[in-house]
Design a protein around this ligand. Structure first.
Ligand code: ZN
Length: 471
């Protein structure tokens, strides 16, 4: 018996599941139905079957690629097969990109190859590559402080290490050099930029991820070194401050290509127009098979909604949105908000699963103060699964943060991300990294959560706007 299962059983035995003690949030029968769903989810292999199918039959699915289009067809088939209604694709346009090949070499007196990968969206180098001295910066802040023109004819290298943490807090800091470093370096005259990967592993796998050119300065080639190779470059630079690198990349930005969001509904029995929106993203980077990012999310929210439909009667509609092109900058999410502007006020909750398959250990809210007791009542049912109360600043997750920014109430289910950035955006992001028990715990949380939100009297409302004194 896994620990969660034993918690569940002891919870039943000791009566910890008795609902209604926190007040009037929802009728006891909704809590009881949620508990039944938790039990069903723990023994269901649906999520595993979905993520295995997606990562095996489609594999990598870069936003805007033919593989992502096949993933949309896959998702439509799966949602229809599971009994979702209104299954459809909402297309949008985006800028296409092809990774191509990369080679990065150190010049004399230490000639050797370093392992690197192109950042997503990067331009390539001229044929024959760029050979130039490398200038090291400890952080993007240091790069910003370099005088304009000081990197003329050089390759910039930003070396800060990502801090490992359960909540993934190190990512927000480490990713700044990846997203914005190229334009900062270009403004100072650099020919190219290499960064230490925004990742926490030592598997000699570089971590890709999007680079954002600001449009003001020339787009320069941008690549990430594996952490092992970043250490190596640090040692070489310590031996000899004047190191030349030769970077060759055949990455190419393509013209406009098509992507799309796949949508399916479990129609509510009483308030079909009110929507509980569960999100995940269908696209992935092209190096692994997008198992933890975000095949698990696709599987978790799809299986959770399907289990609700199979075993319960949600009063409001539970909508699953599998977003396209999240990795290139929430492109599908923005397209969804634009295409469905008139529906925004009918969305009473958004939540996205996009942080791998680690167990959910906290629940953060982004809801009106008056709705907090309703969230507490939901949390009470989730507590035996190991879920703790979080904070009140939730955006709901990656794509759906575009919806909460547009005024939708949000709850974020915080997963244990201690190991997430060992795999994130690397060739190592494959099915074997997923723990089926952890995956089932996620499905249990989302299924119970979706049902309880759908059936909560009065629904949920967006948090009050902050006043000037911060209240
Ligand atoms: Zn993701």
């Amino acid at each position: 018996m896994n620990p969660i299962r034993s918690l569940f059983v002891s919870g039943l035995v000791s009566g910890l599941f008795v609902a209604g003690m926190t007040g009037v949030a929802f009728a006891d029968d909704n809590a009881d139905t949620a508990k039944m769903l938790i039990e069903k989810a723990q023994t269901s292999s649906l999520a595993w079957d979905l993520v295995e199918s997606l990562t095996t039959e489609i594999g990598p699915r870069l936003g805007g690629s033919a593989a992502e289009a096949r993933a949309r067809d896959w998702a439509v088939r799966k949602l229809e097969g599971l009994g979702f209604a209104n299954v459809h694709v909402e297309d949008f346009e985006m800028d296409g990109w092809r990774r191509g090949d990369i080679a990065l070499h150190v010049g004399d007196p230490y000639p050797q190859r370093l392992i690197a990968t192109a950042l997503g969206g990067s331009v390539g180098t001229p044929v024959g590559g760029i050979t130039a001295s490398v200038v090291r910066f400890e952080s993007i802040q240091d790069l910003r402080e370099a005088p304009l023109g000081s990197l003329k004819g050089k390759i910039a290298y930003v070396a800060d290490k990502m801090t490992r943490s359960q909540r993934g807090s190190g990512y927000g800091v480490a990713v700044q050099k990846r997203g914005g470093g190229a334009s900062v370096a270009s403004e100072r005259g650099a020919l190219a930029i290499v960064i230490r990967s925004a990742g926490t592993d030592y598997e000699r796998q570089p971590h890709t991820g999007g680079v954002r050119y600001n449009g003001e300065f020339a787009a320069i080639p941008a690549a990430a070194l594996s952490n092992n190779d970043a250490d190596q470059l640090d040692r070489l630079l310590a031996l000899n401050g004047d190191i030349e690198l030769t970077l060759s990349m055949s990455a190419k930005r393509l013209g406009k290509v098509k992507s799309g969001n796949v949508i399916g509904d479990i129609i509510g029995s009483e308030y079909p127009d009110e929507i509980v929106l569960l999100g995940a993203h269908l696209d992935s980077w092209d190096e692994g098979t997008g198992a933890i990012d975000d095949g698990t999310g696709v599987a978790i929210v799809t299986a959770a909604a399907a289990l609700v439909a199979q075993h319960a009667t949600p009063k409001r509609t539970i909508r699953v949105v599998l977003f396209g092109a999240e990795e290139q900058g929430l492109i599908g999410a923005r397209a969804y908000v634009k295409a469905n502007a008139e529906e925004m006020e009918k969305i009473i909750m958004v939540s996205e699963s996009d942080f791998g398959s680690g167990r959910i250990w906290r629940m953060d809210t982004g809801i009106a103060k008056a709705d907090v007791p309703k969230a507490d009542a939901i949390l009470r049912v989730l507590r035996p699964l190991g879920v703790l109360p979080g904070d009140r600043t939730a955006s709901g997750g990656s794509d759906v943060s575009a919806l909460s920014a547009a005024g939708a109430p949000a709850i974020s289910m915080g997963q244990n991300g201690w190991d997430y950035f060992d795999l994130h955006h690397t060739p190592n992001d494959t099915l074997d990294k997923i723990d089926p028990d952890d995956l089932a715990q996620n499905v249990a949380v989302y299924a119970a959560f979706a049902l309880m939100v759908a059936n909560t009297d009065g629904g949920f409302h967006a948090p009050e706007k902050e006043t000037e004194d911060g209240n």
